[in-house]
Ligand binder design. Sequence first.
Ligand SMILES: *Cc1c(COP(=O)(O)O)cnc(C)c1O
Length: 375
Amino acid sequence: MPRPISATISLSSLSHNLRIVAQQLTDGGVSAGRQRPSIWAVIKANAYGHGIENAISGFGQAEGLAMLDLDEAVRCREAGWTKPILLLEGFFEPADVETLVRHRLTTTVHCQEQLDMLSASRVPEPIDAFIKLNTGMNRLGFSTNDYLAAYGQAQALQARGILGTLGKMTHFARADDDAIVTQQQLRMFNQITQGLPGEVSLCNSAATLAPGLWASVPDRQDQWVRPGICLYGSSPFAEKSAAEFGLLPAMTLAAKLISVRSISTGEAIGYGCTFVSSRSMRIGVVACGYADGYPRHAVTGTPITVEGVCTRLLGRVSMDMLAVDLTPVPQARVGSSAVLWGDGGPSVDEVAAAAGTIGYELLCAVAARIPKIIS
Ligand SMILES: *Cc1c(COP(=O)(O)O)cnc(C)c1O
């Protein structure tokens, strides 16, 4: 028997969340008749830990997929995805250019080195590209001073048949917590790219869901948004839960109790004896630890559900085990089910908050050793 732990991936929740985002964009567009933007469903990092193939099934209605690993992009083509695929970091070396052509991948172009590599390439078919502007994130993208020249070089590559359609993109740094900074970035983007032809790609999950932001994007044709985390049922906002948007958890991490014991007043639990009981109590040991991707920094009190009852983590998380308080679940025994996060348990965002991190990190870190069940 394998260890009693599994991650269940709900394809219907993935599809549901995509529909919620599409709905939000339609409603958020406000002005009647305004077309909703196309959606790049972001599936980087093995679809935020959910599995590329599962994401392809769940996001069949998206207009495109976005990721950054070329191998993952090729896997999408091999799995039968024929619609556009956007590489969020573009390509890395000259040999990649051939892969772009062969698999019809749309590339981000964010630096001069990429333009140079393209210029030195011979391609049988042109490559579609989004030219990225840095509007304050200072991660990828041409600076405001260099953007027009870069876009001009891209147009020259287009004339040579190396690039195909050209688009414009940027990335927001604080769409989850600061509308003013986001509006500044948006203004800078509009100012610099004004008059340049091409599709536009701006919004991550937070910008897609932030009230009013999408509505304030000028009414242009050919808009693309790039939601990621929300499609998996986790919230990009610290102050607003995924459930408040009607999003459903796509991953449920569940395990079983492998030991149950009673401890008396003054006894401690686990490494470092960080939890000391102030009364006699029953505790359970769950077959899940940090080697499974459960955060070691989760503190005593982090919510966990046992037999459908919400209880709490006690003491430090071990590599393969963690302890829970069975006081509210007297019926619990060896073999009882525990939900670490997801359907029937706490949200991944609640667990992440208790560990001082974000849902993104927990979903991406789910260990390869955990069997995935598709539902
Ligand atoms: C990861 C990423 C996204 C999606 O971000 P979420 O916060 O998960 O919605 C969008 N655009 C780019 C460039 C990204 O790297």
